[in-house]
Ligand binder design. Structure first.
Ligand SMILES: [Zn+2]
Length: 311
């Protein structure tokens, strides 16, 4: 593991920044190995209190904040649907005390936007959807877009530095370390483009669409089904039949299946795909228990997609 020097040293209240905090986008310095974990440099100030609505962003924010952020992730289990979550009184206390709240936005976690707006401590808010320039009605699953993750990460770092300027050097160092961690994912996406070129997918839900787009897969999910799924409504029988016909027709390369979706229709589509020998790629909405990090989770899914496309 490569150790990066402390970005700033606090001496008698004077902050002496060193030059190692630069984040020029190239990620690694001096060709060293990419660290799989991040060194826990000491924070030069009192840590900020940060609340993150969902665990897809929780690890990202923790990596960026390091020891200078006490991160509370509200929806942190694989069996809770963030779309229809209600914060508990304990969750509300966390919002009350927060210096910064990070939400996904795009109507995905409105409960968190509301809780942040109502919090007496008037926390700063980073709204990921707003950061990437999307608006209500757009696909909210933006943590599946590697470039979007980079944009949101930069916005979080900016906000952390604004809230605690005395730790700006520290946060720059963390941003550089995070860029190193993200690099295998960006490399994996780039590598998969050649395999995915000209191939198609259909999906039981829109959750994975941004990643599928990033690797260059074409979405051939029947539009009637796709619209119903996006609105969380029951697809019409004709839409389900169109999907089944598509899977049986032999023109779809993979079925992307969200294992966190409940319901008989996705299960039925899955069994039709299996019967028609269409490979099924399992994805999840949130980071599942057992995955040590955001990047590890994303890489595991990319590996499954790569294997399915190679079949
Ligand atoms: Zn979803």
């Amino acid at each position: 593991m490569r150790r990066i020097g402390v970005g700033a040293v606090l001496v008698g209240g004077l902050l002496l920044a060193t030059a190692c905090g630069s984040s020029d986008g190239s990620g690694t310095a001096a060709g060293g190995p990419t660290p799989t974990t991040v060194a826990g440099d000491p924070c030069p100030v009192e840590p900020l209190r940060v609340v993150v609505s969902v665990n897809q962003w929780g690890d990202v924010v923790q990596q960026l904040g390091g020891e200078c952020a006490e991160v509370t992730t509200i929806v942190n289990g694989g069996d809770i649907d963030p779309h229809d979550f209600e914060p508990t009184p304990a969750d509300r206390v966390a919002f009350e005390k927060a210096d910064l709240v990070v939400v996904n936005g795009l109507d995905y976690d409105h409960w968190a936007e509301d809780a942040a707006a109502q919090a007496g401590g008037s926390p700063a808010v980073v709204n990921a959807g707003e950061v990437v320039g999307l608006s209500s009605g757009d696909n909210p699953h933006i943590w599946y877009g590697p470039q979007q993750v980079e944009q949101v990460s930069a916005a979080v770092t900016d906000e952390l530095k604004k809230l605690e300027p005395a730790a700006a050097g520290y946060f720059d160092t963390r941003a550089a370390l995070w860029a190193d961690q993200l690099k295998p994912l960006l490399d994996g996406v780039a590598a998969l483009k050649a395999t995915a070129a000209g191939k198609t997918y259909a999906a039981t839900e829109s959750v994975f669409d941004d990643m599928a787009t990033a690797v260059g897969l074409e979405d051939v999910t029947p539009s009637g089904y796709r619209n119903a799924a996006a609105n969380e409504s029951e697809p019409a029988p004709g839409d389900v039949k169109a999907f089944e016909d598509l899977l049986r027709g032999g023109t779809v390369d993979v079925l992307v299946y969200n294992t966190q979706t409940q319901g008989s229709v996705p299960e039925q589509l899955r069994s039709v795909a299996e019967g028609a020998k269409v490979p099924v790629v399992e994805v999840t909405e949130t980071v599942p228990p057992g995955q040590p990090s955001f990047v590890a989770w994303q890489l595991a899914q990319l590996k499954a997609l790569t294997e399915a496309l190679g079949r």
